[in-house]
Design a protein around this ligand. Structure first.
Ligand SMILES: [Zn+2]
Length: 153
């Protein structure tokens, strides 16, 4: 199956800008390209819905973009809250900060947690990343209808 790319629609860009305004103000002045990837996209045997890429100095010079967020074409057929979650996830990877010299440093932020559910089930909160992640999850009530909907869909 062939893979091809197209630029994201205005709807996706508007959604991303809304999410940046709400949760990622550090990215307000970044030039982020949004691209849709059609065709098979898997990594380690799992379907991929999105990816964040920090542009190299050369890519920045040539394109004017600082980050590229690629979204899977199949994502566009899913409910809007899933699209939002994936865009929010990819924006969460985009790190920007100014150092003491006023130079902007851009980088990819790692996930809060890289682990296996079965290991956490066997050993519990065995490190700080797991503790942080579980603390955040505990704040989601399964009795909160709006959040359950977000979790289920
Ligand atoms: Zn990720």
């Amino acid at each position: 199956m062939s893979v091809n790319y197209e630029l994201a629609s205005k709807k996706i860009i508007d959604l991303a800008n809304e999410i940046i305004g709400q949760y990622h103000p550090r990215l307000k002045n970044e030039r982020i390209a949004y691209v849709i990837k059609y065709g098979a996209w898997t990594k380690n045997g799992k379907d991929v819905l999105g990816n964040a890429h920090k542009c190299s100095e050369k890519e920045m010079l040539l394109t004017g973009y600082t980050f590229i967020i690629t979204l899977a074409g199949v994502l566009l057929m899913l409910p809007e809250n899933v699209i939002r979650a994936v865009i929010d996830h990819e924006l969460s990877h985009c790190g920007v900060e100014k150092n003491e010299d006023g130079q902007t440093k851009r980088y990819i932020i790692a996930h809060d947690l890289e682990d296996f559910a079965q290991v956490i089930k066997r050993y519990g909160l065995y490190n700080e990343d797991v503790k942080y992640f579980i603390q955040q999850i505990k704040q989601i009530s399964i009795f909160d209808d709006e959040m359950s909907l977000k979790v289920v869909k």
